[in-house]
Design a protein around this ligand. Structure first.
Ligand SMILES: [Cu+2]
Length: 319
């Protein structure tokens, strides 16, 4: 290498070290889909004030369930557990508590080396496509530390933050092929219609869907059909003291312009009544959704696992 090239290389290295300060604690995989497992790899690319990293701790956000750390040679791993804000469908049941923080200590990662700290978790269906889920990371060193915990407020960029929390963008749900893509009906976009599996003999089931209104006019979800059900109602859940009650939504569920309405367990749902057959996970069932303006739209419901927090036949209807 001649002197001129060496000078050019030095210039490149200087440029790189200037951007090095932007190399925060990051997650290796920056996108995940709802209802999929997620391999979280926290990458630590520098120490603090030139000293070695001795502790890395990651916070598992609400809606990310069943987290488990991967052991790491030379480090002790500990985790704290606690209750989730709600129960989430989890494989063939439900999960309502689990790991909330994972901490690696006792090792020493020199400032001029990089390393990865790994955990596995499941991204629940609590997130809407396009949303970002943040995993705050604490990094402590022999001297000083970082709190990678800043979350950008709506409409601002993470680039402006000094210590941004690593984020994962939620992509569209990966369910069965017919439901993977949004169904368009006028200004409405209908995503992932699904129902909960039922125990044998059950007469009712909950149906869920996400509807976005990309237009300028409000619309309303007023009903629907389901091949295996005698009738379908749109229901709301509400708390009456400590008792959760559900009741039909009078005049339908409003979907305002620019808004996304998510029917989900514990909230608004389609009540599938007078069921004629047991619903088994993995099945798909044809049906329709009826909107005041967009009309009747054919959809395919995917049957997902029974969630344990709904007792068999335990729907307390106030009709
Ligand atoms: Cu109901």
């Amino acid at each position: 290498m001649n002197a001129i090239n060496r000078g050019a290389l030095t210039a490149i290295l200087v440029t790189m070290s200037a951007t090095h300060s932007l190399a925060h604690a990051v997650l290796d995989r920056k996108e995940a889909s709802p209802n999929t497992s997620y391999r979280g790899v926290v990458q630590v690319t520098h120490g603090c004030e030139g000293t070695a990293t001795t502790r890395v701790s990651v916070t598992i956000p609400e809606g990310v369930v069943g987290a488990k750390p991967m052991p790491k040679p030379g480090w002790q791993v500990t985790s704290t557990k606690g209750a989730y804000a709600m129960a989430y469908p989890y494989y063939h049941g439900a999960i309502s508590e689990g790991v909330k923080t994972i901490t690696w200590t006792g090792g020493s990662l020199p400032d001029d080396q990089v390393d990865e700290f790994t955990f596995f978790a499941r991204i629940s269906d609590a997130f809407a496509p396009g949303e970002t889920v943040y995993f705050p990371v604490e990094q402590d060193c022999e001297k000083g530390g970082y709190r990678w915990s800043e979350i950008p407020s709506a409409g601002t960029s993470a680039h402006a933050l000094k210590q941004p929390a690593p984020g994962v963008r939620i992509a569209a749900a990966q369910t069965g092929a017919p439901t993977a893509r949004a169904v368009k009906a006028g200004a409405l976009s209908i995503q992932t219609p699904w129902v909960r599996a039922t125990p044998g003999g059950a007469k009712v089931a909950g149906g869920y869907v996400t509807v976005s209104n990309t237009g300028t006019e409000p619309d309303r979800l007023i009903g629907g059909t389901f091949a295996q059900a005698g009738r379908v109602e749109v229901h709301a859940m509400s708390m009456d003291g400590t008792i959760m009650k559900m009741a039909p939504v009078e005049s339908g569920l409003a979907i305002k312009p620019g808004e996304t309405v998510k029917l989900a367990p514990g909230g608004y749902h389609m009540m599938l009544m007078d069921l004629r057959a047991q619903l088994k996970p993995g099945e798909t069932v044809p049906g329709t959704l009826t909107f005041e303006k967009a009309g009747t739209v054919p959809v395919t419901f995917t049957v997902e696992a029974i969630a344990a927090q709904v007792p068999a036949g335990g729907h307390d209807h106030q009709h």
